[in-house]
Every structure is written in C-alpha cells, then in structure tokens.
Design a protein around this ligand. Structure first.
Ligand code: UGA
Length: 431
C-alpha cells in the first residue's frame, strides 16, 4: 500500500520503517528542515539503536522517502498516519495544535477516499474531533475514515517493538477502514484487537498509567524496605512469579522519566477531571514519582554529611539506557539539587556529550566513567547503561577522593561493592 507518515519522531520513524519493511511504499513528512535533511541523507535525528541502518537500507531500496509537505504526497497515499507530538501544556493537558494543523491540511487537500490513522497519543474523543476538522475543511464531500491505532513502542528498543508488537489496537468506525487496516497488518504476527475509537484511545493512556502505577508502587515498597531491612530485589522476584502481577516494571529506582509516562499520567488526570472524576490513585502515582529522585540526594547527604564544595559524579543522563532523550530525566533534577546544595558535578554518559537545551549547564562532561569519578567524593549511578555494569572497582576507588557509591537503579551486588571497600547505598536493599 502507499502510505504517508506525518511526523518523524520515535513513533513516526519506527512505524514508517516497519511498514516499509513489510512491503509498503512509505513517505515520511517532516516539517523541520534540519531533521528532514538528515533523514534524506540516511542520518537519524536522534539516537535509537538500529534505526540508521534500517533507514539506509530502505532508502537504497527506494522503499521510503522524505518530504517537507504532505501536499507533495497526499494524492499518492491511501493511508495517512499522523504521528506528530502531543506535548503537555502547563495545565497537564495534551497540546493538540500540531495534530489539528495536519487534519486541517488533510481536509483541504483530499480529493478521494483516505484512511487517516492517529498514532499520536491523544485524549479520548480526539479521533472524533479529527473527523470534524477534516470534514469542515473539505471543499467537496469526499469519503474518509479516521482510525485510532495507538503505539506501544519503547525508546531504545523502538524498532524491535514496532516490528514485533505485543498487540495491534484498531479503533475503527467503519467496516471499510477495518478491512484496509487488517490487510495492512496481515504480515505482523501479533493479536489484533478491533474496537471503537474511544476505547482505543483509552487503551493507550490506561496502559501507560498502569505501567507508571507499577513503578511508583514498587518504589514505595522499596522505600519501606529501606526502613524495615527487607530487600526489594527479593520482594519483586517473589511478587513477579505470580502471573497476575508479572515481573516486568517492578524495578525500583529513582522513578520514571521520558516523554511518555510523565506526560500521559498528567493528561489522564486531566481527562478524568473534565468528566468530574478525581483520579486519586493516579495523582498519588505522580506524587510518588515526583519525590522518588530525591532519595539518592538524601542518601548522598547521609553518607557525606554536608555536600557543599564536594565533587559528585553522575553516571548516565538520559532517562533510560539506549537513548539520548533527556526529557523529564531524573538526572536533571538530581544535578540541580546537588548544585543548589553547593556540590560540584562531573558527568559521564555514553551518548550525551554536552548540555542539552537548558539542562546540564556548568557541569563537567568527562570522556569515561573513571575520568568522571577522578577526585570525586561520590558516584551516583543514574542511568543503567551496560557500560556501567562492568566496572573495575579498584581502579575506580583509586581515582576517587572518597569511595562512596549510590546506586539509583539497584544494578550492583551490594556484597561485591562493599567487599571492594566502598560505602554503598541503593534503593530498598540492605547494604
Ligand atoms: C513507555 C512505554 O513502556 C511504551 O509501551 C509506550 O509506547 C511509550 O512509553 C510511549 O507512550 O510512547 P518509554 O517511555 O520509551 O516507553 O520507556 P520505558 O521502558 O517504559 O521506561 C519509562 C521509564 O520508566 C524510564 O524512566 C525507566 O527507567 C522507568 N522504569 C521502567 C522503572 O523505573 N522501573 C521499571 O521497572 C521499568
């Protein structure tokens, strides 16, 4: 099939790649000129394992192309995927202005039947809004359908998740659209769930909110473990064996970050608020997360006393390994707080090599984990990159002013670290 994908973010590009790989002719529309130029040259605009290689192969085989304006390709497309960003407004609501612009343009330009698929995470009722906008902007009445097809990929494993999805959710209003979408996905080995538009939109928010709830829940249990002397790794292991609970997303640490959970939990609270429902449980999830990053600073102060003029090393800046994304990353808050308390910060991240936007100004960027710990009074592991899992502890200790290690992700074995002469603290484990 001939497909346009509007928006070249994680969702748009991973969708475009997986659809092009299953035999479709895909055109990606991206309005930002510098991003577009990179893509035309086979360069990924962000760090995502495997993406650049996949793009280059598809460009060579002429299965994917890049354009600045939907105008250039809309008449050649049977299906238009919308994967533009829906960032949080100050109120917590999703900003739909990008999506509304695209729908307006589709309405104005379309001359025959199209399926418009909303991939972006959007509040319940947005597909109906999209239908209205498209209809209002048409010069003549052309038939079309809007489909809700939320995406569940994770940054860092975006391509794998797009190629091997856990499920395909299709919110379809018509049989015609349903048949087209089922045909499009017939090569993908995953259960297809066909439902109505609003349930489909809700599935996305409910899934992310549930995963965020699991994380805040296990973090609270870890905070209690810290006080009662239990070990959160053992507790999560024991809980996870129950299939009804499941072992995924039970890793305690410094809380969730990224472009999805923080934004989507706040948006769902707003959606509930609009229908006069006080979503108390989700509010507590957000509140727990807003406090969780502070645990490592509290532990730092407990081990070092006053941290004024002390040098603190941060390992990892991105919100999770495998990405250069620092949106809502706990590292930003931790570094700010250390600076506020008078500490000096040295950092190392495998992919982030300098300040990003307004963040990380004034910190010293180092070339490797050991250089970042040179002369330092404490190391805090913030992002569990693979590189931090194979550390030569004696080499690290030699370079440090004081052998203090705070493990914000519970990735190290406390006995090994203590046996190497470190003062060690993690989240919810005796050490
Ligand atoms: C998340 C969802 O997992 C995807 O299914 C969804 O498609 C995506 O949001 C989205 O809405 O676009 P992502 O934010 O890329 O994906 O990353 P996750 O792997 O879910 O991690 C999110 C945060 O939770 C990270 O900060 C991670 O460190 C934290 N986390 C995750 C924990 O603290 N503990 C865990 O056990 C798991």
């Amino acid at each position: 099939m001939r497909i346009s994908v509007v928006g070249a973010g994680y969702v748009g590009l991973a969708t475009a790649v997986s659809l092009a790989e299953t035999g479709n002719e895909v055109c990606v529309v991206e309005k930002e000129m510098d991003k577009l130029e990179k893509l035309k040259n086979g360069i990924s605009p962000f760090f995502e394992p495997g993406l650049e290689q996949a793009l280059n192969e598809l460009i060579r085989e002429r299965k994917i192309s890049f354009h600045q304006d939907l105008k250039e390709k809309i008449h050649n497309s049977e299906i238009i995927f919308i994967a533009v960003g829906t960032p949080s407004l100050p109120s917590g609501e999703a900003d739909l202005s990008g999506l509304i612009k695209v729908c307006t343009q589709i309405g104005k330009l379309m001359r025959d039947y199209k399926v418009i698929v909303i991939k972006s995470t959007v509040p319940v009722g947005t597909c109906d809004l999209a239908k209205r906008i498209i209809r209002e902007n048409q010069e003549d009445l052309y038939d079309f359908d809007v489909v809700s097809n939320p995406e569940f990929l994770r940054e860092g494993t975006a391509l794998k998740d797009a190629r091997e999805p856990s499920r395909i959710i299709l919110g379809c209003g018509s049989k015609k659209a349903r048949n087209i979408m089922q045909k499009l996905y017939e090569f993908v080995d995953a259960p297809v769930i066909i439902t109505d538009l609003r349930s489909s939109e809700m599935i996305k928010y409910a899934s992310n909110a549930f995963l965020a709830t699991k994380i805040s829940f296990i973090n609270e249990i870890a905070n209690i473990c810290d006080k009662v002397g239990a070990d959160i790794i053992e507790v999560a292991r024991g809980m996870g064996k129950d299939k009804r609970i499941g072992s995924d997303f039970l890793r305690a640490g410094i809380g969730y970050g990224g472009s999805c959970f923080p934004k989507d939990t706040k948006a769902l609270i707003q959606i509930a608020g609009h229908v006069a429902h006080d979503f108390k449980l989700l509010k507590a999830v957000v509140e727990v997360n807003n406090l969780q990053w502070k645990k490592v600073v509290e532990k730092l102060e407990f081990l070092l006393g006053d941290i004024k003029k002390k040098t603190i090393t941060i390992w990892g800046l991105s919100f999770k390994p495998g990405t250069d994304d620092t949106r809502e990353a706990p590292s930003i808050l931790i570094i700010k707080e250390i600076n506020r308390l008078g500490g000096v910060v040295q950092v190392y991240d495998p992919v982030i090599k300098g300040p990003v936007g307004g963040a990380f100004e004034g910190v010293t960027f180092c070339t490797d984990p050991y250089a970042a710990a040179e002369g330092s009074d404490a190391v805090i592991l913030v992002t569990e990159w693979q590189e931090f899992l194979n550390i030569d502890w004696q080499r690290l200790k030699k370079g440090m002013a004081q052998p203090v290690l705070i493990d914000g992700r519970n990735v190290y074995d406390p006995h090994t670290i203590v046996a190497n002469g470190f003062y060690y603290s993690c989240i919810g484990r005796p050490s």
